[in-house]
Each structure stands twice: as C-alpha cells, then as structure tokens.
Ligand binder design. Structure first.
Ligand code: IPD
Ligand code: CA
Ligand code: CA
Length: 280
C-alpha cells in the first residue's frame, strides 16, 4: 500500500474513499452546469468537443487528489494535447509512476453538450501500471459503479455480475463512433457491419466508460471500440474484470493501460465476439 509518511497525507483517507468523493463531487457539479456551459471548443476535430465544465471538473478532481496524495501522478484527458500521438506520449511518460490517477472528467462530452443524458465521470488508480481502483459515476441516474482489485465490483452497494448470455445472437453489444475519422472510425464501422447481423442488437450511446460499466452490470454483454485512450477505459476495465467479465485488446491479448482498441465482454461470448470483429 501507500508508503508515504502519514503526515504527508491530509486526512489519511483510503484511495477508494478519495476516488468516490472526487467522482461524486465532480459529477454533481457537472450535472448542475448542464445546459449552462458558456465555452464550447473543438479539440482534435469538429467531432471532438470540450467545454469549460470538462476542464473545471478535471481541476476539481486533480486538486482533491493532490490534497490527499501529493506524491501521486496524474493523467487527465484535459491536461493532454489533443490527438492520438500526444495521448500515447502522455501515457508513456506517466507509465513508470508508482501511483497514477487516470481521469476522464466527462466521458460523453458530445452527449453533455446536446443534453443527451448519458455521460459520466471516470476515475482509476493504477499501481505500477495495474488498475487497483475504478470508479465511474453517472450523475444523471445517480449511479456509482465501483471496483477494487480482488474485492469485487458494486453499483450502489450491490455486487455486480456480468450477463449470462452464451451466444452473440442473444447478446446486446455496444460500441462507439470515434472522433478520429481518418483511422478509428472506418475501422469501427467495419466492426459494426460485421457484428450487426450476428447480435441481438447494437447500441451506440456515446460514453465508452459508461458502456463498460454496463457490461460489468450485466446490462450489455459486450463493448468494443477502436482508438480509445487510457482515461476512457482504465476504470471500466476493473469494473468488468471484478464482475467476472473479460477485457482484452481486439486480438484477445490481455488489457493493459496502453490498449486503445478494446473488447470487453461477459467472457462467455469473448471468443466468438473478437472472432467476428477480426473477420472485417
Ligand atoms: C468519447 C466517448 C465516446 C467514444 C469516443 C470517446 P469523450 O470520450 O467515450 O463514446 O466513442 O471515442 O473519445 O470525448 O466524451 O471524453
Ligand atoms: Ca472519454
Ligand atoms: Ca472526456
């Protein structure tokens, strides 16, 4: 566990308590500003948006974490230059950190901007590159999804379990439409073309992190997307694992923080799922 001297930790709170507190505070604030943001900017492209609420929520989370754990490292979406290369560089330079907080202050900004009520705050803590705490908070439904490595995953205190679907044809699967229209979007569209006829149905609701939380909760049997970043996936990866599911890259290799092309499922359908995605 944390080997900092006790006097450097204000309040002596556990990692998980701080993660929950940050997600709940930021989520409430984000929701309170819904429909009232004043600055809408484009990042990588016109499909990649940011508001002052994204930036403010990340500042709030960063400051709270620094108050409790001043020596921990921090990787937040809004502190990184837009674009896949800059994201990869930022992750690389943080990868050696003993403790690394990985934060997406609003996952689903496009939904947030349009008033479509499907977005969340995503916070993970990694220890030497392995995610040990994951919290995803949906302030619209007041649902807090939480996992601690080795201790299970919970939504509002109820233990989560992935779905029992054993075949793709009975599965509800989600994906995303990435902002990178040069590479990630065409690759994902091919996946949609291949999977749509094989599954019960597909959903594209606009928040990768919340989709992963729904896989963990058994509401979806799978999720995949090409071109994501560590802050979209890290917290959700632990939720899925601790709920009994499987998360890999799209070749079936184990998930790690550098994975950008991700496939998560209830485990039972995983082979069939990534097999179908590979045929594109
Ligand atoms: C986006 C969402 C979306 C996914 C994009 C992500 P953001 O994150 O997770 O569902 O399709 O690839 O970038 O920009 O809202 O934090
Ligand atoms: Ca995101
Ligand atoms: Ca975001």
């Amino acid at each position: 566990m944390d080997n900092q001297s006790p006097e450097t930790i204000v309040g002596g709170k556990s990692f998980t308590a701080v993660a929950i507190n940050c997600a709940a505070k930021a989520g409430e604030w984000v929701k309170s500003r819904s429909g009232n943001f004043t600055q809408l900017d484009q990042k990588f492209s016109q499909h990649d948006l940011v508001t002052e609420v994204d930036k403010g929520a990340e500042r709030l989370i960063r400051n709270l974490i620094a108050t409790h754990f001043p020596h921990h490292s921090f990787l937040g979406e809004e502190g990184v230059e837009p674009g896949p290369e800059a994201s990869a560089r930022a992750l690389e330079s943080a990868a050696d950190a003993e403790y690394l907080w990985i934060v997406d202050p609003i996952d689903g900004t496009t939904n947030y901007v349009h008033g479509f009520p499907f977005y969340c705050v995503s916070i993970a803590l990694a220890h030497h590159g392995q995610v040990i705490v994951g919290v995803i908070y949906d302030p619209v439904r007041d649902e807090l999804f939480l996992a601690e490595r080795g201790k299970g995953a919970y939504v509002h205190g109820r233990k989560m379990k992935v779905s029992e679907d054993g075949e793709l044809s009975r599965s509800l699967i989600a994906t995303g439409l990435p902002a990178d229209h040069l590479q990630a979007l065409p690759a994902n569209l091919k996946g949609i073309q291949s999977l749509a006829p094989k599954v019960r149905n597909l959903r594209v609701a606009g928040s990768a992190a919340l989709h992963l939380a729904y896989v963990a909760a058994g509401r979806l049997s799978g999720f995949w997307e090409v071109g994501l970043n560590a802050w979209d996936i890290a917290a959700g990866s632990l939720l899925v694992e601790e709920s009994g599911g499987t998360i890999t890259d799209m070749n079936g290799e184990p998930y790690h923080l550098g994975v950008r092309n991700v496939a998560a499922s209830n485990g039972r359908i995983h082979g069939e799922f990534i097999g179908a995605l590979k045929t594109v």
